[in-house]
Ligand binder design. Structure first.
Ligand code: E4P
Length: 216
């Protein structure tokens, strides 16, 4: 399973990269705004800065919602850096845009996916990644991990090549659950990844090993 970090914060991306386990980055317009990155020029420069830190795919989301606009923006984003993956919402125009961009050899990430039907269309259109948002489903009392499992099953059944990128991950247990159901990628903030390391018996055990080693 690949680990992507879901942030536009360069320090967090560097920290995850230093850990040696990072396979890519996802961003969205809200995450860019959170870092205070505004305006087309600054946003595009920021994507290049991220690509220069990380060794892997970097999702950059289109703002346009019409087919022509998405294509124009997607091509411009893809031209910024070979690591850019164009993130497109799963709306009618978005599916058409994914089909077109894929036919041009541009990688795509179909975002805002909340149902198996949406994921099926994304794969049919040739998306490189599909992003089911599990935390936002959990927020409305619907099992987000179950959707990931359902998409994984359907893609395996038909041997569809689109990678299932579990997004909107809120805590460490989500990562484990996504791994159990066979997600290809998880994307989340740094803290849930660091949470995987935590175990009280590790801390107690290490403390004892060091104390024994230092005994005179
Ligand atoms: C990633 O591709 C998504 O944009 C992101 O995971 C959404 O997460 P949120 O639901 O915590 O905003």
């Amino acid at each position: 399973m690949k680990f992507f970090i879901d942030t536009a914060n360069l320090d967090q991306i560097r920290e995850a990269m230093d850990l040696g386990i990072l396979d890519g980055v996802t961003t969205n317009p809200s995450l860019m705004a959170k870092e205070g990155i505004r305006g087309e020029v600054n946003i595009r420069k920021h994507y290049v800065d991220i690509c220069n830190i990380v060794d892997g795919d970097v999702s950059a989301e289109v703002i346009a919602t019409d087919f022509e606009g998405m294509i124009r923006e997607g091509q411009a984003l893809a031209a910024l850096h070979p690591q850019i993956v164009v993130k497109v919402p799963v709306i009618k125009e978005g599916i058409k845009a994914i089909k077109y961009l894929s036919s041009q050899g541009i990688k795509t990430n179909c975002t805002l996916v909340f149902s198996a039907g949406q994921a099926l269309l994304a794969a049919k259109a040739g998306a490189t990644y599909v992003s089911p948002f599990i935390g936002r489903l959990d927020d409305i009392s619907t099992d987000g991990v179950e959707l990931v499992a359902q998409i994984v099953d359907i893609y395996r059944y038909y041997d569809l090549k689109t990678q299932v990128l579990a997004a909107s991950i809120r805590h460490t247990m989500h990562i484990i659950q996504c791994a159990e159901v066979g997600a290809d990628v998880v994307t989340c903030p740094l803290n849930p990844i660091l949470g995987l390391l935590k175990h009280p018996l590790t801390d107690i055990g290490l403390e004892k090993f060091l104390a024994d080693h230092n005994k005179k």
